[in-house]
Design a protein around this ligand. Structure first.
Ligand code: NAP
Length: 254
């Protein structure tokens, strides 16, 4: 599919790693100007190098999306540098696998804060820019934002909220010509997944079992999610809004 994002500015929270980083690559390959965000400066610099930094069409802006001041600053600096925002991808997120009984208040607050509040207030900060450009938003939810997963109550609650935030906002912004969609990936090979696997007693066995639950017989790649994000953000998806697009090898099809 030939997609052209030249003259478009794409802001990606959590763009320094995993799905966000793969998404940055996809948009750059389609001639977009891309701003990636994350909290860690070093990770940001490494990501810029990986994306062939030094380009006039690429920047890293550090910030913590759980802080509303940082969300506003991220949007302001993007607009100062590049003049507009056409696409917002909310990919910043964290994972937590714990029983309800074991989840602390601090863990609950952190998961809800980064996965839901961050997307909410970064979107709010970017709203007037997106209305001006008739742009669009793609949130990175999860299969856990559609179905319940075992030992995943806080994460599921945060991603379920993000999925319905997507749908409700799509109705609010449709009269302004702004589309809002989310992707719902299953297990995807990223540093987040690598950390989850590393914490198990038998990583090899865990990985085999994990792959085995997917109808397509494997877990996904960040690039496969990024392709769908870029498609949803493109004019090819001009009549798609309020969608929760599964990218999960058939996991939630049954
Ligand atoms: P990842 O490789 O760990 O990347 C997470 C990114 O988010 C990093 O760039 C990280 O940078 C950034 N980030 C985290 N907290 C942040 C904050 N408070 N403010 C700004 N940036 C923040 O994870 P991933 O696997 O790509 O996950 C990306 C998204 O996909 C998440 O929302 C995740 O829930 C979702 N997802 C992942 C999978 C999977 O299997 N991998 C499946 C379904 C959904 P810093 O740490 O430097 O801030």
């Amino acid at each position: 599919m030939q997609l052209d994002f030249s003259a478009k500015v794409v802001l990606i929270s959590g763009g320094t790693s995993g799905i966000g980083l793969a998404t940055a690559k996809k948009f750059l390959a389609a001639s977009a100007t891309v701003v990636i965000n994350g909290r860690d400066m070093r990770r940001g610099e490494l990501a810029l190098q990986e994306l062939a930094g030094g380009s006039d069409h690429l920047a890293f802006i550090a910030g913590d999306v759980t802080r509303t001041d940082d969300c506003r600053a991220l949007v302001e600096r993007t607009c100062q540098q590049f003049g507009r925002i056409d696409v917002l991808v909310n990919s910043a997120g964290e994972y937590l696998e714990k029983s309800l009984a074991d989840t602390t208040e601090a863990e609950y607050d952190r998961i809800m804060s980064v996965n839901m509040k961050g997307a909410f207030f970064l979107t709010q900060a970017a709203l007037s820019e997106l209305k001006q450009t008739c742009g669009n938003i793609v949130n990175v939810s999860s299969d856990a934002g559609l179905n319940g997963n075992v030992l995943c109550t806080a994460y599921c609650a945060s991603k379920g909220a993000l999925t319905l935030f997507t749908k409700a906002l799509s109705l609010e912004l449709a009269p302004h010509g702004v589309r809002v969609n989310c992707v719902c990936p299953g297990d995807i090979e990223t540093p987040m997944l690598a950390r989850q696997v590393a914490e198990t007693s038998d990583p090899e066995m865990f990985r085999r079992q994990m792959s085995g639950i997917y109808p397509l017989g494997r877990i996904g790649t960040a690039e496969e999610v990024a392709s769908v994000i870029r498609f949803l953000a493109s004019d090819s998806a001009a009549f798609v809004t309020g969608a929760a697009w599964s990218v999960d090898g058939g996991l939630t099809a049954g």
